[in-house]
Design a protein around this ligand. Structure first.
Ligand SMILES: [Zn+2]
Length: 272
């Protein structure tokens, strides 16, 4: 299988993120690995043939250095882990930062609206989206302040504005589009490059577990759902997400598309 949504960060940033979770959440994630090769080993043992990993520039003046670390880490993982770039629109050369990161091997861009204090429909991102679309790269976006606050339709409206301006941009909305999952599935009929990842939504003990009545929608849009986990910052066993997906009773072909084929297609497109 291919995991479209994992995290690797430089050691100091990772330690700060772990401290944040320890202070601000009840998630028990202290025992999960942080070192890239240890994270990769867990994934490999679980049957993950490739994984996409990301970090994020939560303030200006760090994206370039972070991208260099992500690219270098991807190289040491020998193709098992594929990095996504980060940018910050308050940086003067953020479009160049993206171009450099894509040139050096990033498969696309990760945007985290809440952590980065960026709205995905910020017009400064338009040249970024044009660049991604023209190079068949995708954006993985964590929309809004979930899982801490759930605001219906606000994030959805921002994503729809981006798609209206960039209908050829491949957008992967993280965490199954909560809390607007079914509305995103509706949008897929209009925008054929819109995807959802499953991250943290199907593991039964996940703090983001949701009983979304989406089995029919997944089958109808079997080519637009991607397996993701948020590993290693998850307070449950790595394979819980996969087991949750398997328990939905989806046809084998749909499950295979979600766990592998759809992500492989996106990554292959990104390489061309
Ligand atoms: Zn994440």
């Amino acid at each position: 299988m291919i995991d479209i949504h994992t995290h690797l960060h430089p050691p100091r940033l990772f330690a700060a993120i772990r401290r944040w979770f320890a202070t601000n959440s009840s998630w028990d994630i202290a025992a999960q690995p942080q070192e890239p090769h240890e994270v990769a080993a867990v994934l490999r043992d679980a049957g993950v043939e490739r994984f996409v990993f990301c970090s994020y520039a939560h303030r200006p003046q760090m994206a370039r250095e972070l991208n260099a670390w992500l690219v270098q880490t991807g190289r040491t993982l020998g193709g098992h882990g594929v990095p996504l770039a980060t940018i910050h629109p308050d940086d003067p050369a953020y479009l160049n930062d993206l171009r450099t990161a894509l040139d050096e091997g990033c498969a696309g861009l990760k945007l985290h609206e809440d952590v980065q204090h960026i709205a995905c429909d910020d017009e400064r991102l338009d040249p970024v989206y044009s660049e991604l679309a023209s190079r068949s790269r995708f954006m993985l976006v964590h929309v809004g302040p979930i899982p801490w606050v759930y605001k219906k339709r606000e994030g959805l409206a921002r994503v729809e504005r981006v798609l209206a301006r960039h209908p050829n941009l491949t957008i992967v909305v993280a965490h199954f589009g909560l809390p607007d999952t079914l509305d995103y599935f509706e949008l897929m009929s209009t925008y054929r490059h819109l995807y959802l990842d499953t991250t943290m939504v199907f593991a039964p003990s996940s703090p983001m577990h949701a009983n979304v009545a989406a089995v029919d929608a997944i089958e109808r849009h079997a080519d637009r759902v991607l397996y993701g986990t948020d590993f290693p910052n998850i307070p449950h066993d790595y394979l819980a997400e996969k087991r949750g997906l398997e328990s939905l009773g989806l046809p084998a072909s749909t499950l295979r598309a979600v766990l592998h084929d759809n992500a492989e297609r996106l990554l292959n497109e990104a390489e061309t």
